[in-house]
Design a protein around this ligand. Structure first.
Ligand SMILES: Cc1ncc(COP(=O)(O)O)c(C=O)c1O
Length: 389
């Protein structure tokens, strides 16, 4: 297959695998007349709670909403600092700004690309109120080491598990380890509801407050207000948000969750295909093996391009792959180099060398349960051809 020609159809990066069950459930939801937050959201929350093995799961309209509410429920605000990884999506740090606190970055471990526990320990100050590790690409962070730092300083742990629904650390599911964990069901993620997220915690009081704050801060949700249980006037307990998930989204989520493990098995197969073909390539660094005690959620297959020896920038590599009809992604350009963070907090290049090294060279290759082995073979062929040109 290595001598195949240029792929004829563009291969979209991160296309979702949607089955007939999801389609039928969405249609049934439309026919039911209940489009808002209702019985399907309740079922999805319970199924997800059981999957993760945590006390409470609250469905939301995004992971960003979950991270925001997690910081709010912890009472984090002006004057407080939250430490996170610079190698993440904008939302991870934006929510820290939303609650009025200051984002503090600590560099990543170059091998795992996750928050380095030693860098984290050095970044703690008397103002630190929480740490916000990101399970990048689906690889679980070294939670024992991170929790040790957090517990030593009495600060909370909020996990960004946008990439890591199926991840496990030392046998425990991500979502049942830190104080609060937020998941994303955005279109490119391992579990897709179009837009959507889930916040998990073992703390019943926090879960209740999150549930209320996610729907305007009012005392009862619409489903109960208008159901056969009888009319209940509502009361505003907090100035809440409009962060609730709808039954239309949950209709997708219920079946996506049921197929999560079989979809992971497909991505694991694609991962092995990439490893077998690319791990020895002299111009690439493929993802390091995962600790055998843990489970990687296989969300992103990221390679580092040796830009110096390849004689091309990472961006040029992506442009050439696009010309081969292969879509790719960048995860991520470190946040301290983004305009807002550089300008308002005075960050400069050179402060987080491991994140910068990765940020300059990383490319995510297509990885989705929708891909066929031939699609993956096309990517491999194109990558080789671009690097050999
Ligand atoms: C690491 C990370 N955190 C948070 C988010 C935000 O997720 P959502 O779009 O569900 O708010 C994303 C989304 O792409 C992400 O990649």
């Amino acid at each position: 297959m290595g001598d195949r020609g240029r792929r004829l159809e563009f291969l979209i990066f991160g296309s979702p695998a949607i089955g007939e069950e999801e389609i039928a459930e969405v249609v049934a939801t439309l026919r039911s007349g209940w489009l808002g937050t209702g019985p399907r959201v309740q079922r999805f929350e319970e199924d997800f709670r059981v999957y993760v093995g945590c006390g409470h799961a609250v469905a939301l309209n995004s992971c960003t909403a979950g991270l925001h509410l997690a910081l709010e429920v912890l009472g984090i605000g002006p004057g407080d600092e939250v430490i996170t990884s610079p190698l993440t999506f904008s939302a991870t740090a934006n929510v820290i700004v939303h609650v009025g606190a200051t984002p503090v970055f600590a560099d990543v471990d170059p091998r795992t690309m996750n928050l380095d526990p030693e860098a984290l320990a050095r970044a703690v100050t008397p103002r630190t109120k929480a740490i916000l590790p990101v399970h990048l690409a689906g690889r679980p962070c070294d939670m024992d080491a991170l929790l040790q730092v957090a517990r030593r300083h009495g600060v909370a742990v909020v996990e960004d598990a946008a990439h890591a629904v199926e991840a496990r650390y030392r046998g425990r599911s991500v979502g049942s380890i830190g104080d609060l964990t937020a998941f994303s069901f955005y279109v490119t993620k391992n579990l897709v509801t179009g837009e959507g997220g889930m916040l998990t915690t073992d703390n019943a009081a926090w879960a209740e407050e999150i549930r209320i704050k996610a729907l305007h801060g009012i005392s009862r949700d619409a489903w109960k207000r208008y159901s056969a249980e009888g009319f209940q006037p509502y009361d505003t307990l907090f100035p809440g948000y409009k962060y609730n998930m709808t039954d239309l989204q949950a209709a997708l989520g219920i079946h996506q969750l049921a197929r999560l493990e079989s979809n992971l098995a497909i991505r694991e197969r694609h991962w092995r295909q990439y490893d077998a073909a690319l791990a020895d390539h002299p111009l690439l660094t493929t993802p390091s093996p995962v600790d055998p005690r843990d489970r990687h959620a296989r969300h992103l297959y990221t390679v580092l391009v040796d830009t110096e020896r390849a004689g091309m920038s990472r961006n040029e590599f992506m442009v050439r792959l696009k010309a081969e009809n292969i879509g790719t992604g960048i995860h991520f350009t470190p946040l301290h180099l983004h305009s807002y963070y550089a300008k308002t907090l005075g960050f400069r290049r050179g402060q987080f060398p491991a994140a910068e090294f990765i940020g300059d060279r990383t490319v995510s290759l297509p990885l989705s349960a929708k891909l066929t082995d031939e699609d993956v073979e096309d990517v491999i062929t194109a990558v080789r051809r671009v690097l050999e040109a």
